[in-house]
Design a protein around this ligand. Sequence first.
Ligand SMILES: [Zn+2]
Length: 89
Amino acid sequence: MQQMRKAPRLPAMQCPHCTAPAVARTSRAVTALYREIHYQCSDVECGHTFAASLSVMRTISPSAKPNPGIDLPLSVRRKPEHLANNEQP
Ligand SMILES: [Zn+2]
């Protein structure tokens, strides 16, 4: 099993049980598109530790250095509000 390292800057989470802030303790890249993060509740009376996941879902703007091994769907862009009102029936 791969050694888990100290997590650098990871998304903030709340403990799902007591809603206190949870602190990311470790994370590891499972694949290029998926990361597992272990969190610990900051409330010592709760003491919950849990695993969460972070995954890349889609491309918003294509890479200038694409990796042929990465296959992501393109994000569907929404029309700006002022153009949406001028659509033909
Ligand atoms: Zn908690």
